[in-house]
Design a protein around this ligand. Structure first.
Ligand code: SF4
Length: 675
């Protein structure tokens, strides 16, 4: 049996693994790839369980009354195309749209964006990365001129001395990455004492939604203590004076009152970042998934730039991507406002370039569409195609999302299992899995990797590229379903853009253990490290921008007195559609646990293991309580891998990125009486 080197189907680390088809099952072994160096987490080790899982969708399903029945591909396609025609004839082109995912390969993300804009001629497309990376991406684009999660290889983290990690829990989300923090002194900012925080040199526990104030407070101290790098600021940045002025209001005593982090700790962290370098600042969803997420990411960028960290060895600012192809997924055109190569849809030159590759007139390209939550809750959307996303569980205010999905004239879901979203569909398409098709992924470092086919898909299962090509054909346009052909076109479409893949080939990826974009030509080595000499902004300098703290869109009050924050557990991934079906993972963590401080629990008569009801203005969820003094007494934590947590979350949107406020909303807590 042939062994195939490929990558994990889950998170953005994209650990290397080898698959060997054996009878009766596929053998999965870790592989010594530069990011994981032979390590895998429990999710990766058990990933082959997905391939022959008994819940696997093996044939198309179509709605019949209240249920779904098996159907042929022909019938499924007929129904979809008829629904598209009917909606577009009656309501216009934008009434039909698509929702993609950060788990799609680059080829599929590219093909989906092209399908919507060219075959459907609709502007209605966005993807779940809007709920994930969009705030950090917006901040990086406006400040650094480019958005690549880590602008350096992961191995550079190991060379840092001090690492400030804000709102991330890599020890649970991507355990093999912790090897890079071993020799560093890392500081964790998180309202919970997570596994990562427990191993940190320092743990700061701010109130959720106050990360921006904390960053401004650190910069205030850095300026007062003379820690900032005046020469770097002068040579490499613009906007420092306005930022310095803005942070005068963030004196340590005030920041302590706003965040709950003692003044002494703030001073300690500012000193470490400035004097115990090389230093790095890494943010993630805990800081970014807020109604002020973009400004919060900007505040940490301001701090990193003022300290002169960005573009120096083992130093800098980065954001830790979560989803497997969260990075590539936002570069190739499935985002409402973007075209391949990270081009802007409202930029005439970008439209012209991409339209030429696609063989259409630039005027035929629709304009930017609505962001994810706005599109999903807009009654003008009548037909929706969902790929690789379980929005009935993962979108904010999920009860409202479910109602909207039920209201659609027609919902199509392509997935490997009957997810909570697929259960609502009119047509469900059985999709090929990660190990059954070819494609590329771009990991959290901006390293483009090859995901390879180790075995064929089951007989009546199709790849998303095949589905999109067939739908296009029935809509009057020929498209390729071959991943390599699609990638060759993606290379041309991205050429000259910010995320330039022109020089990346399948063969090079294979030979060179992945290639970092931008890579504009086949003789270009790729770009593992950005910003050494300049920034891709009009001035060549990074922009500091003044940002001020704003309370979360929903604050605790008498009626809803506590803050809910959401996040991950080690054993599960995203909405849990895959990991909730893997025995080893569900045995280790069978159900969601609400983390509650013992003082708060006592006040409500709650004991460890009791069922509790969390209620927000939007919905309620019942979870089992896990009492821990590792969480703030005013804050409750719920994981988002099961239905429930997002029934509570607040869909208030960041004005810049349109990111919903997943990480802070107001809730009540009560003991749940069973029966
Ligand atoms: Fe897969 Fe991420 Fe675990 Fe690596 S860390 S094995 S990529 S889930």
């Amino acid at each position: 049996m042939t062994a195939t080197d490929t990558h994990c189907p889950y998170c953005a680390l994209q650990c290397g693994m080898t698959l060997t088809p054996e009878i009766p099952r596929v053998r999965l072994e870790p592989r010594d790839f530069p990011v994981n160096k032979g390590g895998l987490c429990a999710k990766g080790f058990s990933a082959a369980d997905l391939l022959d899982h008994r819940d696997r969708l093996l044939t198309p399903l179509v709605r019949k009354g209240h249920g779904l029945r098996e159907a042929s591909w022909d019938e499924a396609f007929d129904r979809i195309v008829e629904a598209i025609h009917q909606a577009q004839t009656t309501y216009g082109r934008d009434s039909v749209g698509a929702f993609g995912g950060g788990g799609l390969t680059n080829e599929k993300a590219y093909a989906l964006g092209k399908f919507v804009r060219v075959s459907l001629r609709s502007s209605s497309i966005d993807y779940n990365g809007r709920f994930c990376m969009s705030s950090a991406a917006t901040a990086a684009n406006r400040s650094l001129g480019i958005d690549r999660g880590l602008p350096f290889p992961l191995e550079d983290v190991a060379g840092a001395n001090t690492v400030l990690i804000v709102g991330a829990n890599p020890a649970e989300a991507m355990p093999p990455s912790m090897q890079y923090l071993e020799g560093t002194r890392f500081i964790v900012v998180d309202p919970r004492r997570t596994k990562t925080a427990a191993g940190a040199h320092l743990h700061l526990q701010p109130l959720p939604g106050t990360d921006l104030a904390l960053a401004n407070g650190l910069l205030h101290i850095a300026i007062r203590e003379g820690y900032v790098d005046a020469d770097y600021i002068e040579r490499r940045t613009t906007g420092f004076e306005a930022v310095a002025q803005a942070v005068t209001a963030y004196w340590p005593g005030r920041v302590e009152r706003m965040t709950g982090v003692p003044e002494g700790r703030l001073r300690h962290v500012a000193r470490m970042l400035a004097t115990e370098g090389p230093a790095m600042i890494l943010t993630a969803r805990g800081a970014e998934q807020h109604s002020n997420g973009t400004d919060t990411a900007q505040a940490y960028l301001n701090l990193a730039l003022a300290l002169g960290l960005v573009g120096k060895p083992f130093s800098g600012y980065g954001t830790i991507t979560g989803q497997g192809n969260g990075q590539g997924g936002r570069e190739h055109g499935q985002k409402a406002d973007q075209l391949p190569g990270y081009r802007k849809l409202d930029d005439p030159a970008a439209r012209e370039h991409v339209a030429k590759v696609w063989g259409i007139d630039p005027d035929e390209l629709p304009g930017p569409g609505r962001s994810a939550y706005e599109m999903l809750t807009d009654d003008r959307l009548k037909v929706l195609l969902v790929l690789a996303s379980n929005i009935a569980v993962s979108a904010p205010n999920s009860n409202r999302i479910r109602r909207q999905l039920e209201k659609l004239d027609f919902l199509v879901v392509s997935d490997i299992f009957l997810s909570e979203t697929a259960e609502l569909a009119d047509v469900v398409l059985p999709a090929a899995q990660w190990a059954e098709e070819e494609g590329t992924m771009t990991n959290l470092e901006g390293r483009v990797l090859r995901r390879k086919r180790a075995l064929p898909p089951p007989p009546d299962v199709r790849t998303d590229l095949e589905v999109l090509a067939e739908l296009s054909r029935r809509l009057g346009r020929e498209e390729s379903s071959d991943p390599r052909t699609v990638f060759e076109e993606l290379r041309r479409a991205s050429a000259g853009g910010i995320a330039d893949y022109a020089g990346i080939t399948y063969e090079r990826i294979e030979r060179e253990d992945g290639i970092f974009w931008p890579c504009p030509a086949e003789d270009h080595p790729g770009t593992p490290r950005l910003f050494a000499d300049s920034f891709p902004t009009p001035t060549g300098k990074a922009r500091l921008l003044p940002v001020v703290h704003q309370d979360p869109a929903e604050m605790p009050d008498k009626a809803f007195p506590y803050v809910l924050t959401t996040g991950r557990n080690m054993q599960h991934y995203q909405s849990g559609n895959q990991t909730r079906r893997v025995k080893a993972l569900t045995v280790a963590l069978p159900e969601p646990r609400a983390e509650i401080h013992p003082d708060l629990a006592r006040r409500h008569g709650i004991a460890d293991g009791d069922l509790v009801e969390l209620r927000s203005r939007r919905g309620a969820a019942v979870l089992r309580a896990r009492l821990t003094d590792g969480i703030r007494p005013d804050t409750v934590f719920a994981p988002f891998h099961w239905p429930g947590a997002n029934a509570l979350t607040n869909p208030a949107l960041d004005p810049h990125s349109r990111m919903p406020a997943f990480k802070a909303c107001a809730v009540t807590i009560t003991l749940h009486k069973e029966g």
